[in-house]
Ligand binder design. Structure first.
Ligand SMILES: Cc1ncc(COP(=O)(O)O)c(CNc2conc2O)c1O
Length: 382
């Protein structure tokens, strides 16, 4: 299972991933497929480990951001259907066809170029992306949808496997913009000659909060990781979610500072009185960025603030009292009655919870637990 030599690591509880998938599926009608969104290394949780857990728990398909992420999963032995949500190059279509990777198409010119490059006997599955108001990528007119549909149908190498759109405000209580997007998607669907097998529009927020937007598949990311799509709808979620990601370290140094002594670069922190200070081997190169100065971590079950500037590889915390070197610090997760959620880190950083596990860099090994036991470890350095 590999090892790591610096006592800083993330833990991913695969039972939580499974329970979250099962809980969300229970909330959906039987015939609605669960597409597990595992892009960005499964939002920093580990692409193949999350993919396997989600597939075991009932996901029937995976979704990633671009082709490299799909090929990485294939290299790790994942055989399930994978949809690339973002753009891909028409000249790369043969690799997708060979590897059973489904591509998203949203420009008729792309289809023209792809048909020039595609090998005679190959078969490429496509999902058409409709932009109903996200303003990112997608077909925006019925006319272009119909010509894309025609270009696909007249070429037996191309299979129209799905069509989808993406909501910009599904995680808000005000559903006016959402309603407009959904109506536009239905209008576009209605203009098609034949509807493809898979029609999907919902992300986590829509899958959980909008029963009228499920069609026959939903694309779930954030809720699968046990996080609420937004703080606004968090209190309204109909499914209990379990945060799968925690972050830990161990004190490598403990010392008593006299009043007036300084801590870290710029000597900006001055001990207001005699205090105990611990040093943790985690810094901004691990994604524990400098803005987290002042954030509390848990030491011996007590909230302990990060003092002084966060360094590249280390930071210092004000300890509640003297504790031994080697004491575990929990930066995200629980110790005793205390817990620090990803949401707390997100609000300290004035960002959204999605970003937090994504920015914990690959320099931090990921350790995987199942039934409380360590079942896998990914240390990208070794
Ligand atoms: C096209 C598409 N579908 C589904 C999802 C899953 O959304 P969820 O995690 O809210 O369930 C995303 C997430 N995309 C992004 C999440 O954060 N920034 C994004 O671009 C997406 O871009």
């Amino acid at each position: 299972q590999g090892f790591f030599y610096r006592d800083t690591w993330a833990e991913v509880d695969l039972d939580h991933i499974r329970t979250n998938v099962e809980g969300i599926k229970e909330h959906l009608p039987e015939d609605v497929e669960f597409i597990a969104v595992v892009k960005a290394n499964a939002y920093g949780h580990g692409d193949s480990q999350v993919a396997e857990a989600a597939l075991e728990a009932g996901a029937s398909m995976l979704a990633v951001a671009f082709m490299d992420e799909a090929l990485a999963l294939r290299k790790k032995g994942i055989a399930a259907p994978i949809l690339v949500l973002g753009a891909s190059r028409p000249e790369d279509v043969n690799i997708a066809a060979e590897e059973g990777i489904i591509l998203t198409v949203f420009q008729k010119e792309w289809l023209g170029k792809a048909r020039e490059v595609l090998k005679a006997d190959s078969s490429l599955s496509l999902h058409i992306k409709i932009d109903t108001g996200m303003g990112r990528i997608g077909i925006r007119s019925i006319e272009e949808l119909k010509s894309a549909e025609k270009l696909i149908h007249e070429d037996e190498r191309l299979q129209l496997h799905g069509i989808y759109t993406h909501f910009a405000t599904a995680d808000e209580l005000d559903d006016s913009y959402f309603t407009k997007q959904l109506a536009l998607f239905r209008e576009m669907l209605g203009a098609m000659e034949t509807q493809p097998p898979v029609v999907h529009s919902s992300n986590s927020a829509a899958a959980l909060m909008h029963t009228d937007a499920r069609f026959n598949a939903v694309r779930v990311g954030i809720a699968m990781y046990g996080l609420a799509p937004s703080m606004e709808i968090a209190p309204e979620l109909p499914v209990e979610l379990h945060e799968a990601f925690t972050l830990h370290s161990r004190l490598v140094h403990v010392k008593k500072l006299e009043k007036g002594e300084k801590v870290s670069y710029g000597a900006t922190y001055e001990a207001p009185e005699e205090i105990w200070v611990g040093t943790l081997p985690i810094g901004y190169a691990d994604g524990w960025i400098r803005r987290l100065q002042g954030q509390e971590v848990l030491v011996d079950g007590k909230r302990s603030p990060i003092i002084g500037r966060i360094c590249m590889d280390q930071c210092m915390v004000k300890l509640p009292y003297e504790v031994p070197v080697g004491t575990i610090a929990t930066l995200i997760g629980s110790q005793g009655k205390e817990s620090i959620s990803i949401n707390e880190i997100a609000s300290k950083l004035e960002t959204i919870n999605y970003e937090v596990p994504c920015i914990i860099s690959s320099r931090v090994p990921r350790l995987y637990r199942q039934n409380g036991k360590v079942v896998d470890l990914n240390n990208s350095l070794l």
